[in-house]
Ligand binder design. Structure first.
Ligand SMILES: [Zn+2]
Length: 103
């Protein structure tokens, strides 16, 4: 018989996290600070989208967080080329020639 007693931690509520969200609303940068669980963050973002808020970098950057660059001419995601880490636009220009955009 051992004297070691397992210490049962008291049931603790899930820790809340602090979020800082920057959105653009009608072109204005807005900073929102919130505290809560991830669930409430998602609800908050859904609500922000409902009122027309956008992520600030959506228009400014050609490279979204997903890693796939967007063709500035066609505004469509590029395709990964055979060389790793590089992308090309598979679409055609108005004159029928291939788009030369690469990233
Ligand atoms: Zn293109």
């Amino acid at each position: 018989m051992s004297n070691v007693t397992a210490i049962q931690p008291a049931q603790q509520p899930a820790p809340s996290a602090r979020f800082k969200i920057t959105v653009e609303l009608d072109g204005f940068p807005v900073e929102i600070e919130a505290e809560g669980k991830a669930d409430s963050l998602k609800t908050l973002i859904e609500r922000l989208k409902t009122i027309g808020a956008q992520p600030p970098q959506a228009k400014a950057s050609a490279k979204p967080a997903g890693g796939v660059p967007v063709c500035p001419i066609h505004n469509k995601p590029m395709k990964a080329s055979q060389k790793p880490g590089t992308f090309f636009c598979p679409r055609r220009l108005d004159d029928g020639s291939y788009c030369r955009e690469k990233a």
